[in-house]
Design a protein around this ligand. Structure first.
Ligand code: SF4
Ligand code: SF4
Length: 179
């Protein structure tokens, strides 16, 4: 990609390098967007995020909701004729948004971290503990009570946590991958 603005070039190169994806090859065929489950909720389609990265639009990309609404289903990457795994790009942009203090969807980031902390502690998700922690920290105490009650009734939400035997290996993974 050729840029006049050095900051725009720097942003593009950083995203390309960190994600490991050939972002410059995107020619806007929109195969990614046509299979994306998140387009109805996000502010940009996945092909638009890729285009904004190509154009070095750091502020618009890092402050978007799209990078948080993306569920990493990887449908876009499977469909892309140029081998661009947009889910990897989205993950990279999430990390860059956190580092830049530009997280738009704060509760999604909170849920993400609460989930990972639960896995780090027990080697699996402790649903009850994760839900209580998330609810307290987000201040959104009552919105999911019917779903939570149904899960509890069906035995999907045990009161006490269960730690897996190989918890040391899980902690090694976190220690080796946490940046
Ligand atoms: S499918 Fe690939 S080439 Fe097509 S718009 Fe999406 S990222 Fe670009
Ligand atoms: S990985 Fe994200 S951007 Fe790609 S199709 Fe799934 S939800 Fe959409």
């Amino acid at each position: 990609m050729s840029f006049i603005d050095a900051d725009k070039r720097k942003f593009f190169n950083e995203v390309k390098e960190k994600s490991g994806q050939p972002i410059e090859l995107c020619y806007q065929c929109q195969k990614c967007a046509s299979g994306c489950i998140a387009t109805g909720f996000a502010d940009y389609y996945p092909n638009e995020i890729i285009r904004l990265v190509q154009l070095g639009q750091k502020e618009r990309v890092l402050s978007s909701s799209s990078i948080w609404i993306c569920s990493s289903c990887e449908t876009c990457g499977v469909r892309c004729p140029n081998g661009i795994n947009t889910a990897e790009v989205m993950d990279t942009l999430k990390e860059m948004a956190i580092a830049a203090g530009m997280v738009k969807e704060k509760n999604i980031n909170l849920f993400h971290n609460t989930f990972l902390n639960s896995v780090r502690s027990y080697g699996r998700v402790y649903e009850m503990g994760m839900m209580v922690t998330y609810k307290i920290k987000s201040g959104d105490m009552f919105s999911d009570i019917p779903v939570g009650m149904e899960m509890f009734r069906k035995g999907k939400m045990p009161v006490l946590p269960h730690r897996i035997k190989a918890i040391g290996k899980i902690k090694d993974i976190f220690n080796n991958t946490t940046r």
